[in-house]
Design a protein around this ligand. Structure first.
Ligand SMILES: [Cu+2]
Length: 113
């Protein structure tokens, strides 16, 4: 193999590798994951906007059990203990207002586009 064909071969490997990486990064964007932290009897962020197919994970950092319960009951994490997480995947666009079952003053919103 000549030096020139080695360079061409290396170039092909590089371009092919870059082309394979591109759809992978797009795929991970479509299957995005977003985290909401529950701390001090509040959801942070309180409101978030995500794409269809996104999985939202609530992480409870409080010493008290909390839930993320949709006002229209379309989803419910159930009670989440300290240090535990619960996830919901949103496959339908819409506005999802939710609250904490034991603490109804805790409110949050997920907007799915
Ligand atoms: Cu709560």
């Amino acid at each position: 193999m000549s030096k020139k064909s080695l360079v061409v071969a290396a170039l092909i490997v590089f371009v092919t590798g870059a082309a394979m990486l591109l759809p992978m990064s797009q795929r991970s964007e479509d299957e995005a994951e977003v985290t909401v932290v529950i701390e001090g009897y509040a959801y942070n962020p309180k409101e978030l906007t995500v794409k269809v197919g996104t999985t939202v994970t609530w992480v409870n950092n409080d010493g008290t059990e909390h839930s993320a319960t949709a006002d229209d009951e379309s989803f419910d994490t159930g009670l989440v203990s300290e240090g535990e997480t619960a996830s919901v995947t949103f496959s339908e666009p819409g506005r999802y207002d939710y609250h904490c079952d034991p603490h109804s003053f805790m409110k949050g919103t997920v907007v799915v586009e």
